[in-house]
Design a protein around this ligand. Structure first.
Ligand code: PBG
Length: 352
């Protein structure tokens, strides 16, 4: 569109001399918007490859890839192919990948013991990636849901209640085997009370004091996780919902309290999850605490955008980046997103 910003119409000028608007025409906010160079010059927020964390799904086997039906374009990868994916990510400059195992169903149990098997899928993936691509950061989830036969993040009592403190012991064991395998960042996503302090203490006691904790601080009992549960194979097994441990959708002050606790207990970074629906929480936590703060653009957000893009209803080149810039503008230091590799390729191609 041709620009007319510097040629105000006579009518407008007359209107303004009758009732001068304060600041106008000395201030015309459209002036810097007129050319690409000028927009770039005054842009407040930019997205870079350094902002991206790429979650990937792992399956047993070799040279195996499986499409995740509810997440078009996302695949589960065997460990050898996950190493190739990590190499691609490192080549694009992505700082961190997160590995999510799809545990074979015969290894899922009520007590989630596979979570602390040092040879479980997550640990094997971490070891293989760190050996082949030492310069990429590797993050692991801490929660029992890919390992329990009931699909919950914690242990259950006989009458189906979550056993908070008993679960902490298992989370500690899970954290330690993942740290031992070479994991750089542990991401407790289970929402048990006290888990950050318990894990931090265990890491201190065992010479893993340099392992970072990115707490899933404000994690809501969201409907946007369903495609993820397909991807890790826990949707079929999940009995009930996660409302007794994940946060209530209506709460915001409570997110501040969660953050205060996580910070006091030794979190290095905090996270808000899901992303776009909770961007007010992200803004609030970053403003209040000034911690390294991350947003998780979760599976359902990915699937929603991809469905519209695949139907030709939205232009993926525009809306994916737009959604990611929103997180940064709201205060995120980085974003966990299934778009990370594609976005990184686009950002790098643009730089030439
Ligand atoms: C496991 C976990 C979940 C996600 C990350 N870690 C699912 C859940 O809590 O049910 C969701 C990620 C996504 O939807 O992309 N505790």
């Amino acid at each position: 569109m041709k620009d007319d910003v510097n040629k105000p119409s006579g009518t407008k000028a007359t209107a303004h001399s009758a009732m001068p608007a304060p600041g106008f025409p000395a201030t015309r906010l459209r002036r810097p918007r007129q050319a690409d160079w000028s927009r770039r010059l005054v842009r407040e927020t930019t997205l870079t490859v350094d902002d991206l964390i790429w979650p990937i799904f792992i399956i047993d086997g070799e040279n195996k890839r499986e499409a995740v039906k509810s997440m078009p374009g996302v695949e589960r990868l065997s460990v050898d192919l996950a190493v190739k994916a990590a190499e691609d990510a490192a080549k694009q400059g992505i700082p961190v990948i997160e590995v999510f195992p799809n545990t074979p169903s015969d290894l899922r149990s009520a007590d989630g013991a596979e979570a602390f098997n040092p040879d479980n899928l997550a640990c094997r993936a971490v070891r293989a990636v760190k050996a082949a691509v030492p310069d990429i950061g590797v993050m692991c989830d801490v929660a029992l849901d890919p390992y329990t036969d009931h699909g919950h993040d914690g242990l259950l009592s006989d009458d189906g209640r979550i056993l908070n403190d008993e679960t902490l012991d298992v989370l500690i064991r899970q954290s330690l085997v993942q740290a031992e395998a070479g994991c750089d960042i542990l991401g407790p996503s289970d929402m048990m009370d006290g888990r950050i302090g318990a894990i931090r203490q265990a890491l201190e006691d065992t010479d893993f004091q340099n392992v970072q904790l990115m707490s899933y601080t404000a994690k809501y009992a969201s409907g946007f996780f369903n495609p993820f549960r397909d991807a890790v194979g826990s949707s079929g097994t999940l009995s009930g919902d996660k409302k007794t441990y994940q946060m209530d959708l209506g709460n915001s002050d409570e997110a501040v309290r969660e953050a205060e606790l996580d910070i006091a207990e030794g979190a290095d970074m905090i996270m808000v999850k899901p992303g776009l629906c909770y961007i007010d929480i992200l803004y609030r936590l970053k403003s209040q605490f000034g911690m390294p703060t991350f947003a998780y653009q979760v599976s359902g957000e990915y699937s929603m955008l991809m469905a519209a893009v695949q139907n030709g209803w939205l232009d993926g080149d525009r809306v994916i980046e737009e959604s990611l810039i929103a997180f940064k503008r709201a205060g995120a230091d980085g974003i966990l997103t299934y778009f990370a590799l594609d976005m990184a390729k686009k950002l790098n191609a643009r730089r030439g």
